[in-house]
Design a protein around this ligand. Sequence first.
Ligand SMILES: [Zn+2]
Length: 974
Amino acid sequence: MELNQVYSGFKLISKNIIEESASETFEFIHLKSGARLLYLKRDDDNKAFSISFKTTPADDMGIPHIVEHSTLCGSRKFPIKEPFVELAKGSLNTFLNAMTFPDKTMYPVASCNDKDFHNLIDVYLDAVFYPNIYSDKNILRQEGWHFELENEEAPLEYSGVVFNEMKGALSSPEDLLENEIMRALFPDNTYSYESGGNPAAIPRLTQEEFENFHRKFYHPSNSYIFFYGKLDIEEQLAFLNNEYLSSFDKIYVDSCIPMQSSFKEIKRIKSFYPIGKDESPEGKSFLNYSFVVNRVLDNTDRIGLSVLVQALLLSEASPFRKVIIDSKLGKDFSASLEDAVLQPYISLTALNANQEDGGRYLSLIMDTARKLVDNGIDRKLLEAALNVLEFRIREADFNQYPKGIIYAIEVMNSWLYGRDPAEYLYFEEAFNILREKLDKGYFERLLREMILENNHGALITFIPDNELGEKNEKRERQELDEIKTHLTKAQLEEIMAIDDKLKARQATADSPEALATIPLLNISDIEAKPKEYPLEVQKENMVEYLWTDVPTNGITYLSLYFDASVILQSDIQYAMLLLDILGSIDTEKRKYSDLINLTDLNTGGIYYNLNAVGKDNNIRDYVPLFTVSVKCLNSKLSETVGILREILTGTCFDNRQRLRDLLAETKSSAELAILRSPHTVMFSRLKSYILPVAAYNDQKVLPYYYFVSELLGDFENKFEVIRERLTSVSKRLFNRHNLKIGITAPAKDQSFIKKNVESLLNALDNAAQASTVHEFKCSPLNEGLMISSQVQYVGKAGNFRRLDKGYKFHGAMLLLETIMRYDYLWLKIRVQGGAYGAFAHIERNGTALFASYRDPNLSETISVFDGISDYLTNLEISDREITKYIIGTISGIDAPKTPKNIGQAARNCYFQGVTLADRQKVRDEVLSASLKDIRNLAEIVDQCMKQNILCAIGNENVIRENSRLFKSVKSIIV
Ligand SMILES: [Zn+2]
């Protein structure tokens, strides 16, 4: 393609080859409509597309977020209730979602299948440019907010998907603090508003303002279009031009974000967040200092700043973390660099602090920065940080996220603000320059400019309040009661009539003709065979090697699996404690901070896990595995193995102060994790009522949190015991007799890797250890768990393999998950119930679990689960619908995996005893599933739900009101 030439209305304005990212970029402008387009050409079949709009809110009503949901509720060419859901049900997508950011709204999709990719793009473009939101007022009511009124006497209520989603999001102190930071740093521009919507403000939004927002911002002139992967770009440009963009003329869209000017002096703010009524507020304040990066950075400075943040703030060996913990200002410390905004900012937070310590906190940060500037930053710390970031960029392993989607998001960080969209893809030169500048005062200068010579900052003291949750609920109640007193009988009737219409719309299925507008692949487009996860087992010198031979781009992935049945049952929690301690505490050779630097300098990270893996042939059997995983460049393997040897055989647990600090950090991060994802606690409890393997794994969640709290509460007396137990557990555990080694790397590297690993094996203890059987009695404890939250997470489960009725796992069950997720539960729990989401999990081990996410209801949701079996018995769906569910189910199974994840999948199958033939059988069952197969599941689901195994977590009042459903009701945060 030639520069300045026009292709289907698109003029090519720049092109570049980016060697380090093995890619080429082509930047276009669509002449008639003003749309910008970037194509990132790369040899990757997992193609990605995204269209984004710069959306800058001027209030807290959450219009960008509600528009994001609503555009996906039907459009000109696809006039059905929810095209998004139809795509999710029946497309081979590898990514399908839409996201609202503080200043933009993105619609990204990805797929490996050309036909599918085209369909996804067509549906998304029609949705954003021609949504039905203007003609169908029920869309705003459903996705945004509406009144609910059962009868004239009943209390008036608010409902709506985004309304409840945000009630859930803003129940987490971390999210609330993030809002405070943005408000404090950017009081004069769009960033002071919550783009997701504040539930207190959402009900002020009118249909007119909603339409105006879409009209203004969703125009090609305000759009950013992105393509990625191996595709015919000229064909795509022609399609975009002919089908969509040629109908629009370029306009001026005022979505410009004015720069926030700096402050005369650093701001000081006190603000409050809700905690449970019975929770102690003692030592639960957050002290946060945030500041804006005070100048525009070139590429070297941008990466330099990331290195500085990694070294000084994010590393476990961070000097700021150390002084804050040592001075007892906070029990834990966290930090972040946010660069998806016009003016990036950095945040430093002391957790579990006292509200009166704000001033001390700020002085300590300034003093520490000054000392580092004056005395110089530890060179090893900077080198380690450079290595961490470079490894991360080179590996580019984003787990389940397609690379193209990550790049789509990253390019916006510069593109949206008028800079080179490819900025983030260049790194080689910057790393070279930064290495040269290590000794030249560069990082010290950057630190001085950013922290010491910068007034654009805010000190926020974020204080827990036992009453605030209740106050917010009362405020909403009073507001609604007040509104109701001013409504006439006729107006009340109108509200009920509108409500009925909305419910009728929700309950009416789309016509087959309308559904047929959403293009669908054929079963023949799907591979009949499952993807193979290669695994070769070799036994040498008493140790089993599990090899996965895949290309890894010069990286070795090594996992040591120690069978944890050698430890005593009473020691399981101490083994869990090791996960949070190993690698972060001193060894015989070195101080912990040196150990952390050494690890960061040589590896891409060491990870510890203790997980029980269930056996497929007997659901009561499992093997508990203590896993130590590491990844590194092949050139650093020898050093990496040396570090592992040092940690596994030479860790000392004598450092009393460090041990106490680590326990405090662990407790504080466990608490935040519970409040951030209450549903994971609920899943874990629920499953633990059913199978021993799940009860084992549940020990890592609530029981571990209580265990750590108890140790901390009486640390001085318990220190000796802790030290002794940790020492004896590691001695029993890290033994070559109970070790299997998993390696993901190409076959040509085998002998080289083995040679290195052997030096580790020789250092491990060799005395045989007896294994013990760990006993977990499972019974339905049916707990109602209370936290400070405005919503609930409700789950019900059962197990069909425990019933001795010969029920077996069947591929149709995976179809059932898809049907539940996008049809029955979606409709009943999300669309009608107003919850943000719903889950359906049916596992090979027989556990069937249904749950809701950010749910305003509780008992109503359980009735929905109880109705699944009736729904299945009476299910009437066409063959086309079944094909759709089959394709959607397969797309989940076939999601592309990174080399690391292929190795993990191979070893999981190995430990569970699941063979390729087993996976082929399930795949055949999915591909051939019929309506009859699905209806047959009604009986199994009915049997599962009759076991009446329940758990819910959420709002204190709602859990208490429903206490009759539970065997016990308790607050969980201590
Ligand atoms: Zn949302």
